[in-house]
Design a protein. Structure first.
Ligand SMILES: Cc1cc2nc3c(=O)[nH]c(=O)nc-3n(C[C@H](O)[C@H](O)[C@H](O)COP(=O)(O)OP(=O)(O)OC[C@H]3O[C@@H](n4cnc5c(N)ncnc54)[C@H](O)[C@@H]3O)c2cc1C
Ligand SMILES: Cc1ncc(C[n+]2csc(CCOP(=O)(O)OP(=O)(O)O)c2C)c(N)n1
Ligand SMILES: [Mg+2]
Lengths: 172, 573
């Protein structure tokens, strides 16, 4: 009687955290669940956990929430997945790290360093023509910083992709 | 456990024996020789097939007919890739199966070694789970896990890739007291009590309830519970194509199959019900419209499924329970009461009388006539397998299924070539039952070589080839939706199927005239000296009705052949 349609809304960005058994093929199986539904994975972080039998995967992807619901359910069903959850900003701490190589000139070096300071970032390498900045924080913060730095010329960029941890008593 | 050190292959076979495996369907090759060698000393019966696809469908038929996993053993490379169609067929229809593949030695993996195929990667999207064995000592655990996974929760195929140095080398792991290591695997059993109460509350107020029984109810073994539910509520029952048999189709409350080629009365009831209750059916697009909001818009929807991912996938139900259909129904039954459905039953009985399934016995030999007569002669007491196409739909309509696990048809994948080998598997699994394969001239030719397998083992199954000299189902679509522009559907060059059978030492019968149907079928059914084939040369151009054009709703059902050209179906195949 109620609405029959799985909520069809526009694409939104999602962060999914998975606890998986440390077995070969698990990454293949998870990525197949995304690719079969035409979902593009934006970032993927695989890292060890306290328990060596398991790994943590943090995936961010853009897409339709109803399809994402299927993706999480299908991933949860995989034999090698212990659990899969979506995390929202309010319920989890979300961070990433970026290394950004920016062009500098003698004239603008201090200006660039001011930007670095403003975003509480670090300079981890500096030459006459470029500086490598290490920044951590939310995706939004890093995006904003990048926008600033783009005016000076970004030579190279490496971002780790987002990692998340549930707040308080919640399990990630 | 034992003094003598086992090889990996011996350990594997010992574990299979311990899991109760008594038959394996296989085809050998270099990478699998150690396993075939270990079978020499085993009491497990090895059935040599003629093509690996045949092995998978045979194992599938065995599994559907018995509920036990079917076991397939093949070699690496092309042997393994030949199982892909059989694996997806089993996966789509939730059939338990174990596929054992030989593989090149571990040191050669990834080096384009002879007959190396990344079968783990190739099959990853179509298995429930899979393994590449890297240590012979893992074999007992992996076999234990594979059997557990393939036939619990929502069943499915599990593949084990076995490098030759692993099966040929020593395995010292104990084959007793095996511990599994699958912390990520669990499956629902009983449902949540509150959810079940919610279901029950919706069932109190319905005036026109309809039960939709799917294959999940058969897997759960929920026949008795479904019957009790239907009779307590006094609610009519429809079933999916592969849900046939869990609720007897000859029961007065049964309306038979619903959907694209379902009975008119099942679809009329679907269009009119005020509540539809799916028990182990996944609302497939052969029964739901492309625009899902048009599916029974005013009816309450209830859903029981063991797979949480099926809830809300297609239909967002008003109430749902995740759990095993049998266990959930057992908890639900004490909560429900008889409904006053007198008027509703009267209404659906009228549909039954007004829109019966019919065919004419004049104007040439009809497939429906052959199938109808088969049903009458066997009184429905047979295991029927089908291939895919028009004959499959006519079989679904005219061969009413009375008991669970007696209707074996490829639904989700719709795999041509399934029907005949599935019958072989069913007959191996149920040697005392009458097994009938109803196949088309097209599909039969995709796996007909298994005639040898059936003949060697003197399986008394009946192969009914419905020969319309066309890929009939596709021809029907081209005629109805593509201005009768036939393209690639003429099966010119068909063999004489009786002679083909005889070439394999299989008894052949022929039916050309409507007048002979009963006589010839009776003879074939009485024949017991091994398999026999009945070549039914039916009229070439007949179509399956009723029909709901793909993507349409039950209201858009066409009951009689249309006089006008139909619009091409949109949004669904
Ligand atoms: C040419 C052609 C035409 C077709 N036309 C029709 C048609 O007209 N009508 C029709 O109905 N079908 C038709 N089909 C078949 C259709 O494609 C689907 O295969 C079928 O509808 C699926 O039926 P199902 O949902 O009952 O079974 P499945 O696809 O096997 O789904 C079973 C469901 O039960 C669940 N389940 C498993 N075990 C349990 C358990 N223990 N307890 C609870 N739930 C469980 C599973 O999770 C799954 O969701 C056609 C197929 C072909 C090839
Ligand atoms: C392997 C495979 N290839 C193609 C199809 C598409 N297909 C569905 S039904 C059909 C025609 C089947 O013809 P036949 O076996 O003669 O049965 P009929 O419809 O004539 O009864 C085809 C080609 C399929 N289902 N499976
Ligand atoms: Mg045909």
């Amino acid at each position: 009687m109620t609405a029959n349609l799985p909520l069809i809304t526009r694409d939104t960005s999602h962060t999914i955290s998975l606890l998986v058994a440390n077995k070969p093929g698990v990454l293949l199986r998870i990525s197949l669940i995304f690719s079969r539904r035409g979902f593009n994975i934006e970032s993927l972080v695989v890292s060890p956990t306290l328990d060596g039998r398991f790994s943590r995967m943090t995936i961010t992807a853009q897409g339709n929430p109803a399809i994402l619901d299927q993706i999480i359910k299908q991933a949860s069903k995989l034999v090698d997945v212990v659990h899969a959850t979506e995390h929202r900003d309010q319920t989890a701490v979300q961070k990433e790290l970026a290394l950004i190589k920016v062009k500098i000139t003698p004239e603008n070096t201090s200006e660039v360093l001011q930007v670095v300071q403003h975003f509480k970032a670090l300079t981890v390498d500096i030459t006459a023509h470029s500086v490598i900045i290490q920044a951590t924080g939310s995706t939004e913060k890093l995006d904003a910083m990048m926008e600033f730095l783009a005016t000076y010329g970004i030579i190279e960029l490496v971002r780790t992709g987002k990692i998340v941890m549930a707040r308080g008593k919640e399990k990630t | 456990m034992t003094k003598k050190t086992l090889t990996g292959a011996e350990s594997l076979i010992r574990c299979l024996e311990q899991k109760g495996v008594d038959i394996i369907f296989g085809y050998p090759g270099g990478a699998a020789i150690p396993i075939f060698d270990a079978l020499v000393d085993s009491k497990i019966k090895l059935v040599l097939v003629r093509h690996e696809q045949g092995a998978t469908h045979i194992a599938d038929g065995y599994a559907r007919a018995t509920g036990k996993p079917g076991v397939v053993l093949v070699t690496s490379g092309p042997g393994a890739t030949n199982t892909v169609t059989g694996i997806i067929t089993a996966n789509m229809d939730s059939v338990p199966m174990i596929v054992l593949c030989g593989q090149t030695i571990t040191a050669s993996l990834g080096k384009d070694a002879f007959q190396e195929a990344d079968v783990f990667g190739i099959t990853a999207p179509i298995v429930k789970h899979s393994y590449l064995v890297k240590d012979a000592n893992d074999i007992p655990r992996i076999v234990e896990e594979a059997f557990h996974i393939c036939n619990t929760g929502r069943p499915g195929p599990v593949l084990i890739d076995l490098p030759k140095d692993i099966t040929g080398g020593p395995s010292t792991a104990s084959t007793g007291n095996i511990e599994m290591d699958i912390p990520g695997y669990s499956f629902p059993t009983t449902g949540n009590k509150k959810d079940i109460q919610k279901l029950a509350s919706f069932l109190k107020h319905s005036k026109r309830p309809l039960l939709l029984v799917g294959h999940g109810a058969e897997i759960a073994g929920a026949s008795a519970e479904v019957k009790k539910l239907a009779e307590t509520l006094n609610a009519p029952v429809v079933n999916t194509l592969i849900g046939k048999g869990t609720f007897p189709e000859n029961h007065p409350l049964s309306l038979g199959m619903l959907g694209m080629h379902g009975t008119a009365y099942a679809n009329k009831a679907l269009a009119r019900c005020d509540l539809i209750f799916s028990i182990g059916s996944r609302w497939d697009d052969r029964i739901t419209p492309g625009k899902i909001e048009r599916f029974c818009p005013d009816a309450i929807k209830l859903h029981i499924d063991i797979d949480p991912a099926e809830i809300n996938k297609i239909v967002v139900p008003d109430a749902s329970v995740v759990g095993d259909a049998k266990l959930v129904l057992q908890d639900l039954l004490p909560m429900i009461e008889k409904l006053n459905t007198k008027d509703w039953i009267k209404e659906v009985d009228q549909y039954k009388r007004k829109f019966p399934l019919t065919y004419k016995k004049t104007g040439g030999l009809k497939a429906q006539h052959v199938i109808d007569e088969l049903y009458k002669l066997t009184k429905g007491d047979a295991i029927v397998t089908t291939d895919v196409g028009q004959h499959q739909m006519w079989a679904a309509q005219f061969f009413k299924t009375h008991k669970p696990r007696t209707w074996l048809s490829s639904g989700g994948a719709g795999t041509m070539g399934f029907g005949f080998p599935a019958a072989i598997g069913a007959q191996f699994g149920q040697p005392k039952e009458t097994v009938i394969a109803i196949v088309g001239d097209g599909g039969f030719q995709m796996t007909a070589f298994e005639l040898s397998t059936a003949a060697i083992h003197k399986l008394p199954l009946k192969i009914v080839v419905i020969d319309n000299k066309y890929l009939g189902m596709v021809r029907q679509w081209q005629q109805l939706f593509y201005d009768d522009r036939l393209s690639g559907v003429d099966l010119e060059g068909n063999p004489d199927f009786v002679k083909l059978a005889e070439a394999y030492g299989v008894k052949g019968f022929r039916i050309k005239r409507a007048a002979d149907v009963r006589k010839v079928l009776a003879k074939a059914l009485a024949y017991s000296d091994g398999p026999c084939l009945i070549h039914a040369e039916v009229i070439k151009e007949d179509n399956v009705f009723p029909m709901i054009p793909a993507g349409g709703t039950a209201d858009e059902m066409i009951i009689d052949p249309p006089k006008i050209k139909l619009e091409k179906p949109k949004g669904s195949t």
